[in-house]
Design a protein around this ligand. Structure first.
Ligand code: BTN
Length: 243
């Protein structure tokens, strides 16, 4: 495994994308930065992280059969890998908020941004970007955020933690081949935030509604049972869970 350590870059996802374009990368190449100047979050948001306090890194995953037939499986594998690693480190009350935010209680401690490199109509490779709040204790502009230090009351060694996360990613990718998609889906469903609990959502027109999360469809859409018990599937941009 090749690990590229940078003091600063715009975004580790963007840096890794550049390496792929220049053909200077292999499966599981990792780019980690102490500081991101233009950290990217989901849906065009910014990922803000205090310099030197947290983990911001990206992992290249070259195409495997699992992800090309079933793109959402990659979200599941990455979520499970991070969940298991943090669970082993005793981070309390972990859940995965669909599609792949990692929460402790109701606070977000980790965000994942997966960007696919498509050639033809196939996913050639995926860039798995991970931002984990580790030793930062003040979050000025972000509500609902926490960190491992705030939750566990101790400072973590970032290199050690990165090694543990990469090990978990590697082993979960290996296990995924043996487990097959059905078991992975089940494992993901078991750790899904607010599953089977009455919840409030907002659709893309701003309309609020009540429902129960029942699971995630084969295409990765969130399955919500509405008040009349009719199940409806929502894509990533179509619904927000309010909590
Ligand atoms: C989210 O919005 O929850 C996803 C955040 C992903 C942040 C990580 S930090 C490392 C990688 N590089 C980026 O620019 N973004 C991802």
């Amino acid at each position: 495994m090749q690990i590229i350590k940078l003091d600063a870059t715009d975004s580790t996802n963007a840096y890794l994308k550049g390496l792929i374009t220049s053909n200077d990368s292999r499966d599981f190449t990792v780019v980690v930065a102490k500081n991101q100047l233009k950290g990217r979050g989901q849906m065009g948001t910014q990922w803000i992280s205090e310099e030197g306090k947290n983990l911001t890194f990206s992992v290249l995953k070259e195409n495997n059969d699992l992800s090309s037939d079933n793109p959402f499986l990659l979200n599941i594998i990455v979520s499970l890998a991070i969940f298991n690693c943090l669970n082993n480190l005793q981070v309390p009350d972990l859940k995965v908020k669909w599609p792949n935010d990692i929460l402790s209680g109701t606070s977000k401690i980790c965000g994942i941004l997966i960007e696919n490199i498509i050639s033809g109509n196939k996913i050639r490779a995926s860039i798995i970007g991970i931002g984990l709040n580790v030793n930062q204790t003040v979050f000025h502009t972000i509500s609902n955020a926490s960190s491992m230090k705030l939750l566990l009351g101790k400072t973590f060694d970032l290199d050690e933690l990165l090694r543990a996360l990469l090990k978990s990613l590697e082993s979960t990718f290996q296990d995924a081949q043996k487990m097959g998609s059905e078991k992975l889906w089940k494992a993901y469903g078991e750790i899904l935030f607010r599953k089977d609990k009455p919840s409030t959502f907002q659709d893309s027109n701003g309309k609020k509604f009540m429902g129960f999360i029942r699971g995630v469809s084969a295409e990765g859409k969130l399955i919500i049972a509405l008040e009349d018990n009719v199940k409806k599937e929502f894509g990533f941009k179509e619904v927000t869970l309010l909590y």
